[in-house]
Design a protein around this ligand. Structure first.
Ligand code: NAP
Length: 456
C-alpha cells in the first residue's frame, strides 16, 4: 500500500490551491498525486474572477498555474462541488489527505439599518459580476444613478471605485464582460465617494493602487486637504510604515493639491467617516455617516464616533469591508475568525488536536489578507507539514484511496466532471473570441456556455 503515491485532494483552484499543488507535486518523498476539486468548470479562483479586468498583469499569475497543471500527477476535477457532489467524509476516505483552499466566499456585514435595501451591494457581488462569474450575471446593477458610495478603504474598494470610474475606451481592451462594460460606459454616474472609517495613514489600500487613480481618463480625484491634517498617532504611523502609510499620504497630498481637470466624473476620497444607516424607501436614496475621531489605543489607532452626522444622497452603495470565510461542513471551523481552525495549516478539532489528514491554506487558513503571492508562502508552510506528517507516519494511508474510486463515485452521482482538457477548450474558445478585438479573452459567463464549451 505505501509504495503507491500519496493521494491528496486540494479543494479550490485559486492561488492557494495551485501553490499547494505545486509544492505537493514537487515532493519526491513521498511522491504525490493531486486531484484539484473545483466547483466551477474553470480554475484560478480570484485570479480569474476577483482580480480587476484592468489589471491584466496580476492575472498573469495564471501562467504559473498552467505550468503546475502540466506537472505529472495532477488532475483537475471541475464542476465538482465539495459538500454537494462529494462530502468531506468521502474525501477523507478516498484521499490520504485533503487540503482546503476554498478562500473566503462571502462578505463581512456592516450590521447597520438599510444594508439590504435594493441598490446596496456587497462589493464582492459587483466584482464577480463584472468578471463574468456565472452565478452573478443576473444581478440587476442599476448604474443609472448620479452618485455611488463605496464603503471601505482596502484594495477591493479601490478596484470597485476605479472600475465604476472607467471609460468605455479604458474598459474595451479588458476581459470585463460586455454587459459590465456597456453598463459602466453608459452609466449616469457623476460622483463616486469612497468612505474610510479611519484616516489616510491607516488606509488598507496600497500605494500603486492609489496612485493609479490619478491616471483615470474620465474621473478627477478629489481629496479635502483638511482630511490630510494628521493627528500625532498618525504622524508616528507614517514614520513606522514608510512603505505604505507614508507613500499613501504623499499620493493623497498630490491629489489634494491638483486642480480638477473637469473630467466627466469625480472620485471623492473621504476619511474618518463611518456609515450608520443606509436610507431609502424600498431602495437606496442616501447614506447617513458619522464623523469619527482617531484615538490612539496602545499600538493601534481606533475610529471613535463623534456627534457629527451627515446624510449623503446616493443611489448605490457598495459595501467593501472585507471578505469572510464560509464553514465547510464536517471540517472544524473557527466562527470568530471565519477560518478553518488550524495550526499553521493543520486542521484542529475543538480540543486543539490535529485532525489527521485535514489541512488548509490561503484565506480559509489565515483570513482574507495579503496579495496573490502571499499564498505561496502560506501554502508551502501547510504542504511542508503535510509531507512531514506523511514521512513520520502521522498521515495514515487510506485503503480506498484511488482515482478510480473517486471517478466511480462522481459518475454514479451523475456529476459532469470538467477535466483540465475541458477547461483548455473553454480557455481556447474565450481567447479566440477576444483576439480579433485585442482583448485577452471574452469570457463565457453562463454555466450552460461553459459546460458546452468544455464538452467540445
Ligand atoms: P482589506 O484590505 O482588509 O480592507 C477592508 C477595509 O474595510 C479597511 O479599510 C477597513 O478599515 C474597512 N472596514 C472594515 N470594517 C468596516 C466597517 N465596519 N466600517 C467601515 N469600514 C470598515 O480588505 P479588501 O479590500 O477586501 O481586500 C482583501 C485583500 O485582498 C487585501 O489583502 C487586499 O490588499 C487584497 N487585494 C489586493 C489587490 C491588489 O493587489 N491590487 C486588489 C484587491 C484586493 P479598518 O482598516 O479601519 O479596519
Amino acid at each position: 500500500m505505501t509504495d503507491r503515491p500519496l493521494r491528496v485532494a486540494v479543494v479550490g483552484s485559486g492561488p492557494a490551491g495551485f501553490y499547494a499543488t505545486a509544492a505537493l507535486l514537487a515532493s519526491g518523498d513521498p511522491a504525490v498525486e493531486v486531484d484539484m476539486i473545483e466547483r466551477l468548470p474553470t480554475p484560478w479562483g480570484l485570479v480569474r474572477l476577483g482580480v480587476a479586468p484592468d489589471h491584466p498583469e496580476l492575472k498573469a499569475a495564471s501562467r504559473i498555474y498552467e505550468k503546475t497543471a502540466a506537472m505529472r500527477g495532477f488532475r483537475f476535477l471541475g464542476n465538482v462541488e465539495a459538500g454537494r457532489d462529494i462530502t468531506h467524509d468521502e474525501l477523507a476516505r478516498l484521499y490520504d489527505a485533503v487540503v482546503y483552499t476554498v478562500g473566503a466566499q462571502t462578505d463581512k456585514r456592516l450590521g447597520i439599518p438599510g444594508e439590504d435595501l435594493t441598490g446596496s451591494w456587497a462589493a464582492t457581488e459587483f466584482v464577480a459580476w463584472y468578471n463574468g462569474h456565472p452565478d452573478y450575471q443576473d444581478l440587476p446593477f442599476d448604474l443609472g444613478v448620479e452618485r455611488a458610495v463605496v464603503i471601505g478603504n482596502g484594495n477591493v474598494a479601490i478596484d470597485v471605485a476605479r472600475m465604476l470610474a472607467r471609460t468605455r475606451e479604458e474598459l474595451a481592451p479588458t476581459d470585463a464582460t460586455d454587459q459590465a462594460i456597456e453598463a459602466i460606459a453608459t452609466s449616469g454616474l457623476r460622483e463616486i465617494v469612497m468612505l474610510g472609517r479611519r484616516g489616510p495613514a491607516q488606509a488598507a489600500f496600497t500605494p500603486p493602487e492609489l496612485k493609479e487613480l490619478g491616471e483615470l481618463g474620465g474621473a478627477d480625484i478629489v481629496v479635502d486637504p483638511a482630511d490630510l491634517e494628521l493627528d500625532p498617532a498618525s504622524e508616528a504611523a507614517l514614520e513606522a510604515d514608510r512603505a505604505r502609510a507614508r507613500r499613501n499620504v504623499d499620493i493623497l497630498r498630490e491629489f489634494a493639491a491638483a486642480e480638477p481637470a473637469g473630467k466627466s466624473k469625480r472620485l471623492l476620497l473621504r476619511f474618518c467617516v463611518s456609515p450608520v444607516a443606509i436610507l431609502g424607501d424600498g431602495k437606496v436614496e442616501a447614506i447617513e455617516v458619522v464623523r469619527n475621531q482617531l484615538v490612539s489605543d496602545g499600538g493601534s489607532v481606533r475610529a471613535v464616533p463623534t456627534d457629527e452626522r451627515e446624510v449623503i444622497p446616493c443611489g448605490l452603495v457598495f459595501r467593501s469591508v472585507g471578505y469572510k470565510g464560509v464553514e465547510v461542513p464536517g471540517v472544524p471551523f473557527d466562527a470568530e475568525r471565519a477560518t478553518i481552525r488550524n495550526d499553521c495549516g493543520r486542521a484542529l478539532d475543538a480540543d486543539g488536536q490535529h485532525v489527521p489528514g485535514v489541512y488548509c491554506a490561503g484565506w480559509i487558513k489565515r483570513g482574507p489578507s495579503g496579495v496573490i503571492g502571499t499564498n505561496k508562502k502560506d501554502a508551502t508552510e501547510t504542504v511542508e507539514l503535510l509531507l512531514e506528517d506523511a514521512r513520520t507516519g502521522r498521515l495514515p494511508r487510506q485503503a480506498q484511496a484511488s482515482a478510480e474510486a473517486v471517478d466511480a463515485l462522481l459518475a454514479e452521482r451523475g456529476v459532469e466532471v470538467v477535466v483540465y482538457s475541458g477547461w483548455e477548450l473553454i480557455d481556447r474558445l474565450e481567447s479566440e473570441r477576444g483576439a480579433p478585438h485585442g482583448r485577452p479573452r471574452i469570457k463565457l459567463s453562463s454555466w450552460d456556455e461553459l459546460l458546452r464549451a468544455a464538452r467540445g
